[in-house]
Design a protein around this ligand. Structure first.
Ligand SMILES: C=CC1=C(C)c2cc3[nH]c(cc4nc(cc5[nH]c(cc1n2)c(C)c5CCC(=O)O)C(CCC(=O)O)=C4C)c(C)c3C=C
Ligand code: FE2
Length: 277
């Protein structure tokens, strides 16, 4: 078999990564569907406006995403005895420069992530279509519930602008909702879904994670949050969920809060990846 390539978003580990990451992201037609040269001009302005906020996030913690993606590739390589490499959309090494079969390391299809890779490379179907993926979530939720059977279970997904979803008929929200319902039926428990990390003045997916936490605090005293759209921990999980949302949850009365880690390089996840290669 040709080599496999794990594709992730990109890493912001140090301040000098910020302008490259932000400009590449906002100059991407899948994120900002404008004609050139307007797209590049808008991307430049947003990069200037957002850089300070991203810098403040980075001061709290550099992103572990690149480090973990490397480990995932190494462990999968050992497990399968195949050559596994990795590439990113918005930082080096870029996935465009790699060859092989591509696995997109975001759990659910969106034109902004999976679709972008699919346009250029032979790509495996999204992880969420596999039974094994479902079981990974099921086992993590059951573990978290062990001593806290009455906790609220909140799946927090990365948000997307509504206008972008409509324009591209993006199945992202729908697939997440189907997944939430299926999990809820199997676990015989209510499961909630919310959206995090919106930015700018336009409308993004709802309910927002912050508001959903506040709403749930009226009915529950314990909370389990699972980042549902990433395979790999990153600034959105270790800064936004572990710091910002955890503080909000405490402030609105939750007595116990657990954030479940992304799959990262867990043995069962590596086994799952090996099974779909
Ligand atoms: C499911 C995965 C992701 C989707 C979909 C997505 C869309 C999206 N993101 C932005 C803007 C930003 N994202 C940023 C960081 C970031 N985003 C994702 C994942 C998805 N983004 C991850 C994993 C990360 C963290 C990367 C890391 O190395 O830790 C950032 C930078 C941080 C910040 O300033 O908040 C921005 C900006 C948009 C606009 C968008 C869709 C339109
Ligand atoms: Fe993002």
């Amino acid at each position: 078999m040709k080599q496999a390539v794990l594709v992730n978003l990109g890493g912001i580990e140090k301040p000098t990564d910020i302008p490259v990451f932000l400009f590449s992201m906002f100059n991407d037609k899948h994120i900002m569907p404008l004609k050139q040269p307007f797209r590049a001009m808008v991307a430049f302005i947003i990069t200037l406006l957002r850089a300070k906020k991203t810098y403040n996030i980075l001061k709290l913690s550099p992103s572990p995403l690149v480090r973990i993606t490397k480990r995932q590739a190494e462990k999968l390589s050992i497990k399968t005895n195949k050559h596994i490499t990795y590439g990113f959309s918005y930082s080096k090494p870029y996935f465009n420069d790699c060859e092989g079969t591509f696995i997109v390391m975001q759990n659910f299809y969106s034109h902004t992530t999976h679709g972008k890779v699919l346009e250029l490379k032979r790509t495996k179907p999204p992880l969420c279509i596999h039974k094994g993926f479902f079981e990974l979530f099921e086992s993590r939720i059951n573990n978290a519930l062990k001593n806290h059977p009455n906790a609220a279970i909140l799946l927090s997904a990365h948000s997307l602008p509504l206008k972008l979803l409509k324009k591209t008929n993006d199945p992202y929200r729908n697939d997440l909702e189907v997944f939430r319902l299926a999990l809820s039926r199997i676990l015989k428990k209510p499961i909630y879904l919310s959206f995090q990390s919106r930015l700018g003045p336009i409308e993004w997916l709802k309910p927002e994670t912050e508001k959903e936490i506040k709403r749930l605090s009226k009915h529950y005293t314990e909370l389990i949050i699972l980042p549902v759209s990433f395979t790999t921990d990153n600034t959105e999980t270790i800064v936004e969920i572990d710091r910002a949302y955890t503080k909000i949850a405490k402030d609105c009365g939750f007595r116990w809060i657990k954030r479940v880690n992304c799959f990262n390089d867990d043995g069962d996840f590596i086994e799952f990846l090996a099974s779909i290669l």
